[in-house]
Design a protein around this ligand. Structure first.
Ligand SMILES: Cc1cc2nc3c(=O)[nH]c(=O)nc-3n(C[C@H](O)[C@H](O)[C@H](O)COP(=O)(O)O)c2cc1C
Length: 168
């Protein structure tokens, strides 16, 4: 798919068909994850691609949405806040690294015709416990991965002038 088309196709999908994610798409997502840039190339993250029903049920008890449980897979991105690069003021950059990883996942999924939806509004400690993550590891974001049942409506975007300014 042409890259600009991938960007347009990626939307937050909140309706899923039960059809499994094809192995070829999982391979593409795996490659995209490995290609994600991270500060100082420290790669302080781990992605769990969950198709196991028991673990999916556990995740869906933590973030309760019927559309999440309808999805055949859930990708979970966790970051290591000790092994990541720190900003000059000392703040760990793991959130940024993990956000890039998640965006590689969502865009690759869109390229494969699959839907995703960034989710961060979950109780973090509970999600960490579900994956046996202990400090300095923390879950950053999760997303369902699967075929959309319905496409979402168009969403409002701020004007280009508000969001982007060329300073020459
Ligand atoms: C960092 C981040 C966190 C988000 N967390 C959630 C969430 O917890 N639950 C949810 O339903 N959508 C969540 N979203 C999806 C946004 O609501 C969505 O991206 C936004 O409304 C724009 O719509 P679009 O993705 O279809 O372009 C999140 C998106 C981002 C980028």
């Amino acid at each position: 798919m042409e890259f600009q088309e991938v960007l347009k196709r990626r939307r937050s999908i909140r309706t899923y068909k039960p059809d499994a994610v094809p192995a070829e798409a999982i391979e593409k997502i795996k490659t995209a994850v490995r290609l994600a840039p991270t500060a100082c190339n420290l790669q302080p993250f781990k992605v769990f691609f969950v198709t196991n029903q028991e673990l999916k049920d556990k995740i869906c008890k933590i973030y309760k949405a019927s559309w999440l449980s309808a999805a055949p897979a859930i990708a979970v991105v966790a970051g290591n806040y000790a092994e990541c690069w720190k900003r000059l003021e000392g703040d760990p950059i793991a959130d940024v690294d993990c956000a890039i990883v998640m965006e590689h996942i969502t865009l690759t999924a869109a390229d494969c015709g699959l839907g995703t939806c960034w989710i961060c509004a979950f109780p973090r400690a509970e999600m960490d416990a579900a994956f046996g993550l202990k400090s300095p590891w923390k879950t950053v974001a999760i997303t369902p991965v699967g075929y959309a049942e319905r496409q979402p409506q168009e969403r409002p975007c701020k004007s280009a002038e508000e969001l982007f300014e060329v300073i020459s």
